[in-house]
Every structure is written in structure tokens, then in C-alpha cells.
Design a protein around this ligand. Sequence first.
Ligand code: GLU
Length: 427
Amino acid sequence: MTVSPYADDPKQIKETNPFESMMSRFDEAARLLNLDPNIYRILRSPSREITVYIPTLMDNGQYEIFVGYRVQHNFARGPAKGGIRYAPDVSLDEVRALAAWMTWKCAVVNIPFGGAKGGVICDPSKMSLAELERMTRRYTAELLDFLGPERDVPAPDMNTNEQVMAWIMDTYSMHARHSVTAVVTGKPVEIGGSRGRREATGRGLLFVINEACKKFNFDINSTRVAVQGSGNVGGIGAQLLQNTGYKIVGISEIKGAIYNPNGIDVNKALDYLKKNKTYEGYPEADYLTNQELLEVDCDVLMPAATENQITSANADRIRCKIMAEGANGPTTASADKILFDKGIFVIPDILANAGGVTVSYFEWVQDRMGFFWREDVVNERLQDTMVASFHEVVRYAETHKVSMRIAAYMLAIDRVGYDLKLRGVYA
Ligand code: GLU
């Protein structure tokens, strides 16, 4: 997010601007690829940025006007794809960065989509379900001309869920006069969602962490993991890792974290969080700040909360050996260099958290076929994709002697640039 703890320091503002963060990696990867300057210029800017003003009837009878965005970064490889987030600090620069990250992410895992992202500036924790539904439907209606299974396919992101996707699907379908299930992914299974989609981001993280542990000969049963975040990515990821044998030593939510070097029972901790809305007072662990959690002694760190958590201000104190980015953009470009020099093996966001969009792709395919797969089939195909993509990025990093992050960008930009060249530029 653009709000940073260093908001009055211009150097840090630049560092924590997600668009700058994305662009500086893009520029470095493009330079190393010797990317054609014309392709470079085209990929540097989004295709389309839409701002909508969303009049929403609030429960008190007043209308509130929410501001919403949808940025469609690129269509060279297929329809634009990416989530929608609801948060008070959403900004156009953030959505713009997230849209570009979706283009690179879809290319890293080689699925036939471009990239997009949406966001609405609102505080869903202060809105009723009815207000959220009205805002979502009007936001969808404002974007009708730009969405569609062949155009742009939204999905959940921060503070949006299956219910929000169901409203979007229904609103779009009412205008089309027939059900268009493939217009969004991450829907409830009963109305065209895919089995395994809810757990897919966490499961994808598990698969790439497994591969990284194999690479470094870590024994899973003595590998200590700290997780930042307890939501759909962090919470489910931690549960799946624990079920596989990893020891979860720390986990956090927005206000604070718990830490126990002997391990935390994730299911118990998540139950506690659900009941108490905080980890504070959890009896079987110490209570830490989010910042302290990032710096604990562990083998694997999984930042799965939000942007700009690891910056030039704290990267030097990070003590893990492997970092798997569950969130989009948790590490700034300046922090990348510090982590690289410390020898930390970073599985970058556009690879590590691509399990979600991969199963979104499977959902879109199933909707279009009208034929739905068993959960084990979904999970097996997800595993194939994540494992293959992990090794492709590792090979790229080793061949070009670059970090995993720059390797992932290079692989993605190479694929998108090649496809753009094949199609040609309609000018
Ligand atoms: N919001 C998720 C992401 O950032 C999923 C996007 C999708 O499935 O389209 O990858």
C-alpha cells in the first residue's frame, strides 16, 4: 500500500510506491533481456485505466460515492485477469502495479491470460452486507463494457470473497440476460466455482516451499516457518504447511503476532483469532508486533499480508533462509538487494502466490466446458503447474546468474514480449 511507516521521508515514499517497485524490477529484467525498445515501451504502460464513481445507497438512507478502479495492463496472451480489492488505502498507483504484476504472474505460470486489477476505496469492516452488495453491483454495472469471459475476468483479492464474486456474476448475467459464470472466478462452488480455488494460493505456496526445501536439503519435519497474515493466503497456507509436517513457529494478523519456537497449533490459533478478533492473550505463545515477527529466527518466512513489509529499513534483520511471498509486493526493490547479499533464497510473489490465479484459470476452463473436475484433479494440475514453474525460474536464475525475482520477471517479460511480437502491434 502507498501508506508507509516512513510517510514523511521522500526516499521511503518512492521506495514504498508499489508502481515504482514493480517498474524498477521490470526495467532491470528488460535491460538484461536486451528487450526490443518498442516492446519495452508498450509493456511499460497499461492498456486501459478506468475510474468509476459508485453512488451507493447506505443503510441510513444517504448516498455515498465510492471511487473504484480497474486497470487492464495487458491482453497479449489472452483476456485480462486479476482480483478486486476493497480497502480504505487503495490508490491508482497501487492498482496499476498490481495489474502489471498479474500480467507477469500469469506469464510465469504460462496460463493464457493478461493482467488486470481492480480496487474500490472503502472500509468494508464498517459496511453492512447490504451496502457491500449495492456497492459491488453498481461497480460491476459501471464496468460492464470492459468485463467478460473473453475480456477481463475478476477474482477475489484483499477483503473480497466468494460472495462478492457471486454478486458480480449475477449483475453481469442480469445484463447479458443469461448466466455468464466465466465472467469471474473464485465464485462459490455451487454456482460455477472450482473445487480447491479457496485453498489454491496457500496450496501453491506449499508446493513451491516443498521444492525449495528439496533444493536445499531441508528436512520438512524440522523446518520452522513464520507466517505474516492469517487470511485466505496466510491462514490457509499455514494450515496446509502444518498438515505437511512443517513447524509453524509464528503467525500474525493485522494488530500483532504470536511466536513459540516449539511450534504453534495453527488450527487452535486461528480458532482463537476468530473468537477474540486478536491473537493477544493467546496462552501458548508470546505476543509480538508484526515487525518483530518478520525478524524471528526461522527457516522459511512467508509474508502473506500486504505490500511493503520488507524494506531497506528492516531487510538486514530478516533471519530466514527461504522467503516465499504470499502477498503481492511485500518486498521493496531496495530490500531485494539486501536479501540477495544475505543469501536469502526468495521465491518471488509472481511465482509463489500464483496458485490462486492458476486455479482461477482452471475455474474459467471448467465454466466454459460446463464440466467440473474433482478436487484431487484440480490439486494435481495445480501441483504440476507450480512445480514446473518453480524449476523454470530456478533454471533461468542459474543460467543468467540473477536473483529468483529478476529471473521470474525475465521469464515473464520474455513470454509476453514474444507473444506481442507474434501478434504485431495494431497501429
Ligand atoms: N487476487 C489473486 C492474485 O493476486 C488472484 C487473482 C485471480 O485469480 O485472478 O493473484
